[in-house]
Design a binder for this molecule. Structure first.
Ligand SMILES: NCc1[nH]cc(CCC(=O)O)c1CC(=O)O
Length: 312
């Protein structure tokens, strides 16, 4: 089916946050659609929407609280019809979409690893005893506390430039940034190394870009089908089912990563106590089509292993 295609007179409106990374993702979505349908740039309009998570820079995300800090206003615009699709970093997406919205289109996933950024060490293992590390990510903080209880942690938010400046000022000796974001912004060189998943399991859906639409919008559904990356979808669906079964909120440090091995999907997962004093980790393999079931099974197993007292 060939959908009615957008034109410069009636462009497709792409909603996004205004951060440099979010804008890159929106432009990448436009490039993919242009290539898939032979359309010119003017057939698309990128609409920047302000979200709560970007307006508050002086508090940790946990303090602001609530889910969807980076998505609520964008999803409202999508439901209201002022945009036609919304582009998101899947890592920041709640596992449930609001009634009337569907998230089933993913662009090809980028590097899933965390980047190690530090003027004083080449790799995480080389950080001197007692070094100060800046991170506001609950997952990274818990993983670090578990592996390197000697390190001191400070809150670190803001864009790449802000964090680099804090490192230069000596506020911390190292920080972590997703390689996907750094690479997309042309800044992969600021990372001294990329941390392998076996050493630090990334966040669920790290490196994946999702495109959300209104349910029942057949024209847009058909267009998004043309740019959907099936492998990314299989992996992210398994990881997000794992997260959903854990009721992953921003209070619970959780890591998860699925990869395809031929006809099988291999999912690794990890639950941590925020202070790093306990970790339960495991993995599961099965047919790629069973990804969400594998995710729920692994989550149930890890929850049982953790027991009721795990999160204190
Ligand atoms: N939580 C913020 C966020 N959301 C997505 C990315 C990076 C890109 C991605 O993982 O898709 C980042 C920054 C980071 O964690 O360094």
């Amino acid at each position: 089916m060939t959908p009615d295609l957008p034109t410069p007179a009636s462009p497709l409106k792409i909603g996004t946050r205004g951060s440099p990374l979010a804008l890159w993702q929106a432009h990448e979505t436009r490039r993919s659609l242009m290539a898939a349908f032979g359309l010119e740039e003017a057939a698309f309009q990128i609409v920047v929407i302000k979200v709560t998570g970007d307006q508050i820079q002086d508090k940790s995300l946990k303090e602001i609280g609530g889910k969807g800090l980076f998505t609520r206003e964008i999803e409202e615009a999508l439901l209201a019809g002022s945009i036609d699709i919304a582009v998101h970093s899947m890592k920041d997406m709640p596992t449930q979409q609001p009634e009337g919205l569907v998230l089933d289109c993913y662009l090809p996933r980028a590097d899933v690893r965390d980047g190690f950024v530090s003027p004083v060490a080449l790799r995480l293992a080389d950080l001197p005893q007692g070094a100060v590390v800046g991170s506001s990510s609950l997952r990274r903080r818990a993983q670090l506390r578990h592996r390197r209880p000697d390190l001191a942690l400070v809150e670190f938010r803001g864009n790449v430039q802000t964090r680099m400046r804090k490192l230069e000022e000596g506020v911390a000796q190292a920080t972590f940034l997703a390689m996907a974001g750094l690479t997309r912004l042309g800044m992969a060189h600021v990372a001294q190394s990329a941390i392998e998943p076996a050493e630090m399991l990334p966040a669920v859906a790290q490196g994946a870009i999702g495109v959300e639409r209104r349910a029942g919008d057949g024209r847009i559904h058909a267009m998004l089908n043309a740019i959907h990356d099936r492998e990314t979808g299989l992996r992210v669906d398994a990881e997000r089912a794992f997260l959903a079964r854990l009721d992953g909120s921003c209070e619970t440090p959780i890591a998860g990563l699925a990869v395809l091995e031929g006809a099988n999907l291999w999912l690794r997962g990890e639950l941590l106590r925020p202070d790093g004093s306990a970790v339960v980790a495991g993995d599961i393999r099965g047919p790629v089509a069973d990804g969400p079931d594998l995710g729920r099974d692994l989550a149930a197993r890890l929850l049982a292993e953790a027991g009721p007292g795990f999160f204190g």
